[in-house]
Design a protein around this ligand. Structure first.
Ligand SMILES: [Zn+2]
Length: 126
């Protein structure tokens, strides 16, 4: 993969990550509704099975949605080719720092970016 392609795909992945983060925030912020329902119900009736079911239902549903968002983001990274072809490690997040400098996978050391295309590689230092 060329460095320019990697950077272009990384930007697309970062946009998808930002959108996923916003979706996650929206999902978590919906806790307001079951919280209000349960608070009012506990004030009137006390803790009962319905209150517990509402809280557990919200936790389960939001957990499933957040898991789906995380899986979708991982799938997007695969679609963009942001993984090592040799060891299947992700090339986003913390490993990308070493990748940008050396052009190599931080997990297995395989050359992921074209050596001549990596402006900061050791091969081009001299
Ligand atoms: Zn690798």
């Amino acid at each position: 993969m060329k460095t320019m392609d990697y950077q272009f795909h990384l930007r697309a992945y970062e946009r998808a990550s930002l959108l996923s983060l916003l979706c996650g925030i929206v999902v978590v912020s919906t806790v307001f509704f079951p919280h209000m329902f349960v608070t009012l119900r506990v004030d009137r009736i006390g803790v009962d099975a319905v209150s517990i079911a509402v809280i557990l239902g919200w936790a389960l549903t939001s957990g499933m949605i957040i898991s789906w968002i995380a899986l979708r983001l991982q799938r997007r990274s695969r679609e963009l080719g942001l993984y090592c072809l040799l060891c299947q490690a992700s090339l986003v997040g913390f490993p990308q720092r070493r990748l940008r400098v050396t052009g190599r996978c931080s997990h297995c050391g395989a050359q992921v970016l074209e050596p001549n295309a990596c402006p900061f590689s050791a091969a081009n230092a001299g």
